[in-house]
Design a protein around this ligand. Structure first.
Ligand code: SDX
Length: 430
């Protein structure tokens, strides 16, 4: 805490209020407004644009400069040199693992990828055409029905076991969700494959023939998971923290995060980007859609553009764009018409006054769908992939909160409803 303070004078309150200012290691300082309630006033910040809800050591974003650090390491370096499981370890423990720690962590995850066979019964209750995110909300939340042995959230070992179980089982559940919607048999995980290879095997393998995992696709898949791993206090992570602040079990909290991520303003945007590019259909129609995005009377927005924090390039989008080029090139798909539309749309938007003035740049969702499509993942599974990658971020923030002192999250409001009035009998109403 610094000895700096903010002094607030409020009409009708005699004494000015001295509010403590806390400085972080990076980024904006914060003003502690906790004592305002004792003066009969609240702060007001719908959407939490200027509100820090917690302190954290996990991830730092500088939206103005387009910087994203996990444990201090730039996302560009992690994307180039690290792997998803190594970044999982970093997010959970705050340090890159030693060779031994990395081997042990990978072994723990590899040996927890199966789910209780009873879980497969849950799927039977869904329609085959259910949206995969609806299924994931259900089956992930239901995991808490199987792990009564490790849901004492005050026990750090139980918290670690739950984190390992969630990281290990999300690919299995995601692949089961996909297989169920396809009417194909579930594929059991294999311990001879790495994390991304195993996921692709469970997604696209079948019991009738050998499935060879493409190294190009598994490397791209791992990169996608890594780029989605964490993003400080975004809507779904804040949802997990809020659910966790009540003492709910970690599986229920992650299920809440999946539900929040589903919205098209958040993780659902990757699915919406592909739908938008498909609707545009040809570069000749881009101007029409850009005009719609700028029209205040048209609810259409350019999906994959804009961000609450980034007012510069989302660094993940830059890595994603480079990965899209690599993967589509290696697969001989560079002439994918949707790639051409995406590249031209980005170019037009970045040169357009409206987007420049509002600082709207491509975000993590703009190019990810093109890679997922090239890998063979259907659009309806795109947000499931986002949830899979983000699970480690959610559970890391949950663990950080629970392992420090925390209080139940309970925001207040500005009440603008009716003042007190007496009940009106039915026969006295108009
Ligand atoms: C993710 O928070 C995170 O970190 C999220 C995330 C993560 O990793 O967890 O990064 C993942 O959710 C990325 C964002 C994915 N969503 C989209 O791509 C959907 C399209 N973009 C938006 O709807 C919007 O940009 C948000 C939701 C991302 C941000 O919304 P804000 O911060 O509330 O900004 P806003 O809606 O107030 O927009 C500011 C202005 C508005 O115009 P004015 O009212 O000031 O005139 O910019 C305009 C908006 O109309 N605007 C857009 C636009 N995004 C904002 N106009 C056209 N197209 C867009 N995409």
């Amino acid at each position: 805490m610094s000895d700096r303070k903010a002094t607030l004078t409020i009409d009708g309150i005699d004494e000015p209020l001295d509010l403590a200012i806390y400085d972080g290691t990076l980024g904006p300082s914060v003003i502690d407004v906790g004592k305002l309630v004792s003066k009969g006033v609240f702060t007001y910040d719908p959407g939490f644009v200027s509100t820090a809800a917690c302190e954290s050591t996990i991830t730092f974003i500088d939206g103005g400069k387009g910087i994203l650090l996990h444990g201090g390491y730039p996302i560009e370096q992690l994307a180039e040199k690290s792997s998803y499981l190594e970044v999982c370890y970093l997010l959970l423990h705050g340090e890159l693992p030693s060779a031994q720690q990395k081997a042990e962590f990978e072994s723990v995850i590899r040996n927890h990828t199966m789910v209780n066979d009873q879980v497969s019964v849950f799927f039977r209750g869904f329609r085959r055409d259910a949206h995969p995110m609806a299924i994931m909300c259900g089956v992930v939340g239901a995991l808490s029905a199987f792990y009564h042995d490790a849901t004492d959230i005050s026990d750090s070992l139980h918290r670690e076991i739950s984190a390992h179980r969630l990281i290990a089982k999300m690919p299995t559940l995601a692949a089961m969700t996909y297989k169920y919607t396809k009417g194909q048999p579930f594929m059991y995980p294999r311990n001879d494959l790495n994390y991304a290879e195993n996921f692709l095997y469970m997604m696209f393998g079948n019991p009738c023939e050998e499935y060879k995992v493409s190294p190009v696709l598994s490397r791209a898949m791992d990169r996608i998971f890594l780029l989605h791993a964490d993003h400080e206090q975004n809507a779904s992570t804040s949802t997990v923290r809020m659910a966790g602040s009540t003492g709910a079990n970690p599986f229920a909290c992650i299920s809440a995060g999946i539900a929040a991520l589903w919205g098209p303003s958040h993780g659902g945007a990757n699915e919406a980007v592909l739908a938008m590019l498909t609707e545009i259909g040809d570069v000749s129609r881009i101007d029409e859609f850009v005009a719609r995005a700028k029209d205040k009377d048209d609810p259409f927005r350019l999906m994959g553009f804009g961000h609450r924090v980034y007012k510069n390039f989302d660094p993940r989008a830059l890595v994603m764009k480079q990965t899209a080029d690599e993967v589509l090139g290696e697969l001989g798909l560079k002439d994918d018409p949707l790639l051409a539309i995406a590249q031209r749309l980005e170019q037009i938007a970045l040169e357009d006054e409206y987007f420049i003035e509002k600082k709207l740049y491509p975000n993590v969702d703009f190019y990810s769908g093109l890679i997922l499509k090239a890998i063979g993942i259907p659009i309806s599974m795109f947000t499931v992939i986002f949830a899979l990658g983000r699970t480690v971020g959610w559970i890391s923030h949950w663990n950080e909160m629970i392992s420090n002192s925390y209080r139940i999250a309970r925001p207040r409001q500005l009440y603008i409803g009716p003042v007190k009035r007496d009940y009106v009998e039915l026969d006295e109403r108009e």
